[in-house]
Structure formats: C-alpha cells, structure tokens
Design a protein around this ligand. Structure first.
Ligand SMILES: [Ca+2]
Length: 387
C-alpha cells in the first residue's frame, strides 16, 4: 500500500510537471511549482527524480503486450488521466484511445475490480501515467477465486456459538477440526444454523468459502443449503453462551468497564457481573434463561472479580448460593474462597437428571472483600444436553 501511495504521489508530481510544460503562459509555470512546494513536505522534491521514467525500462517502444495480468484502477478525482492499468507486479500504465467495445470492457473491469488480461501495444514517452501507455486491443476478464469464493460441497461439522460480545457470533467446526466463520443471506437457513448450534447437531452444508475476510480464522462460509446429520449432541456442552441473562441489580459502569450480567457468560474471567445494591448484596440474583429445555449435568462458577489476585481479594466473593430451576427444584451450593472455576456435578445416578429452561443463582453469603463491599461473579458455566 505504501508503494502504491508513493507511486500515486509521484504521478501527481509528474502530472504537475507536464501541466507546467504545456502551460500557455509563464505565470502558470511559476505558480504551479510554488503550490507544490508549499503543500508537500520538504523531502518530496528529492523523490521526484526517481519517479521520472527510467531509461532502461524493460519494455521497449511498440513492444506487443500479450496477456498481461492486472486490474483497471481509478486515479484520484481530478487527475487528467482518469484510469490506468495496474499490472500485477505493481507497474502502472496509461490506457490509450481504445475502441468503444474495449472502452466499455475497461469501464466494467474498473467498476467490478475484476482481474483482467490485456493485449495490445506499448507506447513510451507519451504524456500519461509513468509516461507509458498501452494501446489496448483486447481485454479479458478472468475468474477471481478470492472474490467469487470456492465451492463448499457437503462439508460436515458442527456450529459453535461464541460468547456474547464476540464479533463473529458463530463458527463452523468441520469434522477434521478446521474452523470457519459461517453465515447466510437466507432467513430459513439462518434459523436452521441457529437450531443446529443450540442442539450441537452435526450438519452438512453447501455454499461458498470466502477467504481474507473479517471472520473466524478470516474464512467465511456463505451457506446456500443445509442438511441435518445428527439431531442432538449426546455429550454435555457449556450452554451458557446461548442464554439470555438478567439480574436483580448491577453496579453501574465506571472507567474500568461494565458489570452487566452478560459479563458472567462472556467466557472471560477478567470481566464480572457485580450486584448493585448497597451492602454485600445478600438476596441479589443472576438468571440464565435458555432457548429451550436442557438436561443439567454440571455447573461451574468463578465466584469473584477474577481479573487478578489483588482485585479478587479487594471485592466480595460468593460463599454460598441457592440455585433455582424452572421445574421448581432448588439446591444450595457452598464455594471455596479460591480463584478460577469451581465445578459441581449435577448428574444424578440413578436419574432422572434435572430438566430446566432457566437457572437463577441467589447470593446467600459472601467472603468479604478487603476494600469494596461489592459481590462479584466472573463466570458461570451450565453444562448440559439439549432436550
Ligand atoms: Ca466474565
């Protein structure tokens, strides 16, 4: 990019020089260099000699141009030469007076950004970009795998929902472990992708793969067609990223960040939900509500402000909590006063396991912080199987 700007700046200087040379009066000839001198940094003039056409150009006058690869690009507005051919090695060439047919193709290539191959004749020393012009006789648009995408034909894998706040939302993990962003323009398919993500179902997809794009691993699949292979993942998964989260209160945001209940399911121990009432917040709660019923297998909690040991000690940690389920059951959990996730198996032997659509965690008791009377929960994970 730097090289390109450098060249463009050079072309502007060159253009200015040419205007001076063609200027009708001596007044023009004086004014133009003055303007250039005041608008450019002092080192700019020393650059100019290197930008004049080099005598030992590889191309010779009248040399045939045979299938050169490149793109048609616009010069900045106001530039007298309008558009140029930029060869794939970065060399730039003006475009001679083409026939109407070729002119139309050049315009189309410019607006679509398509890679093209050009044929014609090279002219040197003409008043144009880099003083080199191609008299284009033929221009062919060639395929663009980067822009048009590669075909995705029947790939199988699963869709993972990323924690709230992650800019990419979801990712497709192919059965061989390769990961891709996943999206679609069709509402029906989007719904099926979301259902498959929630269930942990294996799916088979068709569509196109785009690379070098802002997505998970910079690779994005645009799904055109989807098929379900397995209904529901049999192994328990952390389903917290799918939950809607609410809380009885929250500490207002400050210069260090926010303390909303979403901070407890964002997958980051550095962020926490913090209750917002005066005192330690006994009786305050956080609730996760799922898109459907789950069969609960395990819970995990990081019970304080776990950004670092210092803040963990300064703030209250949850010592015990009552967990309430949508089926009316409730249980009490006692926590150790330690950083990191504490896991609690919830599977019953023999079953049946708890089935619920929501989990509410009510603060019963706290380990007091040394500095702040605020009770924090860095993370909660809910491991289960979708019913
Ligand atoms: Ca967090």
């Amino acid at each position: 990019m730097r090289g390109r700007l450098f060249t463009l700046a050079g072309m502007l200087i060159l253009s200015a020089t040419l205007v001076v040379g063609c200027g009708p009066t001596a007044v023009d000839a004086i004014q133009v260099p003055t303007a250039v001198a005041t608008e450019r940094p002092p080192e700019a003039p020393s650059v100019q000699p290197a930008l004049t056409p080099e005598p030992q150009l590889a191309e010779a006058e009248g040399e045939p141009v045979e299938g050169w690869l490149g793109t048609i690009v616009d010069l900045p507005p106001g530039n007298q030469f309008g558009q140029i051919f930029e060869r794939e090695d970065g060399e730039q060439f003006g475009i001679g007076n083409p026939t109407d047919v070729v002119r139309e193709q050049v315009n189309e290539a410019r607006t679509t950004g398509a890679r093209v191959k050009v044929w014609g004749k090279l002219h040197i020393g003409v008043p144009t970009t880099e003083a080199r012009t191609i008299e284009i006789e033929r221009i062919d648009r060639i395929s663009q795998p980067e822009l048009d995408g590669e075909p995705v034909e029947g790939w199988t894998g699963t869709v993972y929902k990323l924690p709230p706040g992650n800019q990419f939302g979801q990712r497709f993990v192919r059965d061989d472990g390769e990961q891709y962003g996943i999206g679609t323009t069709k509402d029906v398919i989007r719904e099926r992708i979301n259902e498959a993500a929630w269930a942990g179902a294996q799916i088979r997809i068709w569509g196109r793969l785009y690379t070098g794009v802002p997505a998970s691993e910079a690779r994005q699949i645009e799904v055109a067609s989807i098929e379900t292979v397995s209904a529901v993942a049999p192994e328990p998964r952390n389903l917290s990223p799918f939950a809607e989260v609410s809380a009885s209160s929250q500490l207002p945001s400050d210069r260090y960040g926010g303390y909303s209940p979403y901070a407890a399911i964002d997958g980051a121990k550095e962020t926490s939900w913090v209750e917002g009432v005066s005192g330690p917040g006994i009786g305050e709660w956080i609730q996760l509500t799922f898109p459907g019923k789950i069969e609960l297998r395990a819970l995990a909690f990081d019970v304080g402000f776990d950004k670092n040991a210092d803040l963990f000690a300064k703030n209250n940690r949850i010592k015990s909590a009552t967990v309430v389920f949508s089926n009316g059951e409730r249980t009490t959990i006692d926590f150790e006063d330690v950083r990191g996730l504490q896991e609690f198996a919830m599977a019953r032997a023999p079953g049946p396991n708890i089935e619920t659509t929501a989990i509410r965690v009510i603060i019963d008791d706290v380990y007091p912080g040394t500095t702040y009377d605020d009770t924090c929960l860095a993370e909660i994970e809910v491991w289960g199987v979708v019913k």
